[in-house]
Design a protein around this ligand. Structure first.
Ligand code: GLU
Length: 465
């Protein structure tokens, strides 16, 4: 028998920018398709006309591209496929598996309240099920959901999942304005696009039995499922804008590499022994959907910093500079303004975990110091005039201005003034870079150059007056 090609899909609703939970869903769909020599598709679920926006659609598609998760076919948009949903709805009517219902919102609201008061799950009571109403302006179309029995499906993450049909009500397929609902569109499209495997967030788990009933009514093939654990914030609650940055763009804007985001998100809810650093190719080899854990996974920014530091270190110098350039531009740093820019970059490239913060660390090496860190000034600069004047005299005579010479002279100053290393070095460091953050002092001074270092020490002395 000819085996069926695995087809996965990422089906975002364009009601907001691409968020990191969405990237993780897309990533797992992509990996699973590639592992099975299948296809990864993208479907824009834009039936909610009020909340859907073209700009969000663009943001989502651009984000996927940037992450290396390009779909294997052009994305489809539900707003352009209305005819498919309407003919599926008609088929359900023709088969006698759906019915029109004219229950008004007030009645449904009252019913809901009564059920809630009685401690019952709110659900439609099937009042119109046998009324044989015809379609009209006030009717919705509902699916006749089986009243007894259960729905079972196999989930690659959760194993066998069972829902009792008595927990499900007759869901709406067409609204009174004739628009199809999310459930109907989703099922029709999965079948029309040849999708075999639905990989999505756990928040959709309770939708699955409802969607299986629609599939069965339409005689569509069974699908394979994987419901992924939620992405949690550091407070162990569902990651929300309130407790963390959630949109992919914002992480990229700070200077996390797309490959680091892929690495981080792949590891949310999945692991392989002690291995921590993964690129997309590794994941296609190593990832196993069956190994994804059921419990929610915490998005830990410190972990992302660590991963990004590793991914940045793995770039060769030229690639690193290509990635860094947009961030340098924001700081108005022009590398070519310094002859020794390559040396500076090679020493500072691991100074901070993100490209934006590395660019900020580079400011004192290329531009005037923009801001002095006030705490460091108070702690080390104030009262350091005699020390700085002494060091200045020693530094002025250094020739050539090399790291070795500087180390020797600094060691001698330390001895002459009978100070420990931080006591001598920190005031000088704050004077030349504006904070206590820099590589070893001899190296820092050599990178900044003689003229600028001396000028900054003089300025720091003047600050004490
Ligand atoms: N459009 C749904 C969402 O954005 C996804 C549905 C699905 O993956 O089946 O949550």
């Amino acid at each position: 028998m000819e085996s069926i090609m695995t087809v996965t899909r990422f089906a975002p609703s364009p009601t907001g920018n691409l968020h990191i939970g969405g990237v993780r869903t897309a990533l797992y769909n992509y990996i699973y398709a590639k592992q099975n020599d299948g296809k990864f598709l993208v479907r824009i679920e834009d039936t909610d006309q009020e909340r859907s926006r073209e700009k969000f659609e663009k943001n989502i598609l651009d984000g996927l591209q940037m992450m290396g998760l390009a779909p294997d076919e052009d994305p489809v948009k539900q707003s352009q496929r209305g005819h498919l949903y309407l003919s599926a709805a008609q088929k359900i009517v023709d088969l006698g598996l759906g019915y029109y219902c004219d229950c008004q919102p007030e009645r449904l609201e009252k019913l809901r309240n009564q059920q809630q008061k009685a401690g019952k799950k709110p659900m439609y009571d099937g009042k119109c099920r046998e009324r044989n109403l015809s379609k009209s302006e006030n009717t919705v179309l509902r699916l006749k959901t089986p009243r007894d029995g259960e729905v079972r499906f196999n989930d690659l993450v959760r194993g066998e999942v069972i829902f009792d049909n008595c927990e499900l009500d007759d869901l709406i397929l067409l609204r009174s304005n004739g628009n199809p609902t999310y459930h109907l569109c989703n099922v029709v499209d999965d079948a029309a696009q040849g999708v075999t495997t639905v990989i999505r967030g756990e928040d959709h788990l309770s939708n699955t039995p409802r969607q299986i009933h629609i599939q069965e009514a339409l005689g569509l093939p069974d699908l394979e499922y994987a419901h992924l654990p939620l992405v949690l914030g550091e407070n162990k609650k569902r990651l929300s804008k309130r407790d963390a940055v959630t949109s992919l763009d914002e992480y990229i804007a700070i200077g996390y590499l797309p490959s680091s985001m892929v690495n981080m998100l792949a590891r949310l809810g999945w692991s392989k022994g002690d291995k921590e650093i993964f690129y997309l190719d590794d994941l296609i080899k190593d990832f196993r959907m069956q190994e994804v854990q059921k419990a929610g996974a915490v998005f830990d920014i410190k972990k992302l910093d660590w991963i990004n530091t590793n991914h940045l270190a793995n770039l060769d110098l030229e690639e690193f500079i290509d990635h860094l350039k947009p961030y340098l531009k924001k700081e108005s740093i022009s590398l070519e303004s310094k002859d020794n820019w390559k040396v500076i970059i090679s020493h500072l490239r691991t100074s901070s975990p993100t490209l934006a913060s590395i660019s900020q660390d580079l400011i004192p090496y290329f531009l005037d110091i923009k801001t002095y860190d006030q705490k460091s000034v108070d702690k080390f600069l104030i009262g350091s005039k005699p020390l700085l004047e002494f060091v200045l005299r020693q530094l002025e005579s250094i020739e050539p201005w090399s790291e070795d010479q500087l180390d020797d002279v600094l060691a001698k100053c330390q001895k002459d003034l009978d100070l420990n290393t931080p006591q001598l070095n920190q005031p000088i460091r704050v004077a030349v870079v504006g904070s206590t953050k820099s590589p070893s002092l001899g190296l820092t001074l050599s990178l900044i150059g003689k003229e600028v270092s001396i000028e900054r020490i003089k300025k720091a002395i003047a600050l004490n007056d």
